[in-house]
Design a protein around this ligand. Sequence first.
Ligand SMILES: [Zn+2]
Length: 352
Amino acid sequence: MAPTKQRELDLKDFPPGTVTEFTTLVCLACIFDIFTKQLGLAPRTAFSEIKRHTPTTDELTSRSATRPYFDSDEKHPHCPYCGSAKRWLARFDTYCIEGGKPTDAARRALIKKLPRAGDQFVLVEKKSDSRAVLFEWLDTLGLNLDLADESWLLDATRNYLARRAPKTNWQEIFEQLRAVRRSNRLTEGWEQDGARLFLAPNIYGEAILIQYLVSRSHTHGGLTLDGRLTLMELIRRLRYIGYLDRIGITEREPGEVFEKLIDHLAASRDWSRVSAVSSGAKGLSTGSASDRSIRGNKASKKTSKKASKKSSKSKAAQPEPDEVITEPVKLYYIIDRRDFLERTKSVYASYA
Ligand SMILES: [Zn+2]
């Protein structure tokens, strides 16, 4: 296999967190089998069809790949469907770029540089909406947290706060923290006191809502900083701390309250940067369910230099306006087919 290093696209001009990379393996033995046995094509025709094949973005980015696609972390992977070894396996690298002002120029420049002959790269544009984007974010966050270790509650809170106030260096703040609490004193913002971080009730409310959404199951509710909560208990808690009043939810029926909560959460923050987890923290790449690498957030490491020195008790932060972002989000996928084309060619050469 060609050295993967050289194959990676240069993403340094993109702001941190605006590009997510997915890697999916495809088994050429399986795909050949599908084209000849299931579709009944002659071998030669099958190979020329396979060369033209590009998986859908869903196939390339879904968490549960199906034959002939699969995910693997192994250095010498084998096809889980037919056992074929490395020379039968090809990879697709997919880069998902969040559309918008911060990325438009870099995206155009990148696309201009890509070799287009023979469909080495395929471009796909997709529209998304804020709700879908929020769930994608939650999904990615959940996959990158180790829910068996309760420190994930802090990681989830940090990721949420990074959405709420992206300019604050949360990585650095959380390195010193042991607990996050609801403040009885603050009405806005947050305050760090040594190893404890106090959040204003509305921010705390959103943090436990995120934790609930990441960890919920049908029977046991979700785990939060306030313990394990069912949906009813979560709603009661959010009502008690004034969060429901604050965002204008007057409904009583839990299902309706839940829908309103999701709509508010989806519309009031920018969740559109698909990679939810900031780099640097250990244990965030457990990858047990997926080997999809999350990139585009490397630059977050660099930002630590910019942070000013903090005293052990920092001032309460400025209130964050509840700005509402409702525009649909456009996602640009760049699919790198180079490895797939080369593998197909060499497999065909050995077959013919
Ligand atoms: Zn196979």
